[in-house]
Write a protein that binds this ligand. Structure first.
Ligand code: SF4
Length: 66
């Protein structure tokens, strides 16, 4: 699994960063982004559940997984 945040859709609510703080962070622009550690990288199995929870919790469906 890889994950990305659609910046045009994100409203910067911070929910994803609370749920999966190692994977998401709020960038200087005030919107969420994937942390450098996991950007364009395979998400390890022990983080996948919290990424799915963050995705399901995002109010604007800005989190995409593939
Ligand atoms: S939960 Fe969604 S809208 Fe909120 S900061 Fe994360 S990506 Fe943006």
């Amino acid at each position: 699994m890889k994950v990305k945040v659609e910046k045009d859709t994100c409203i910067g609510c911070g929910a994803c960063t609370t749920i999966a703080r190692d994977v998401f962070t709020i960038g200087e622009d005030g919107y969420a982004e994937v942390t450098e550690e996991y950007r364009d990288k395979e998400i390890p199995e022990d983080k996948q559940e919290e990424v799915e929870t963050a995705k399901d919790s995002c109010p604007t469906s800005a989190i995409e997984t593939e």
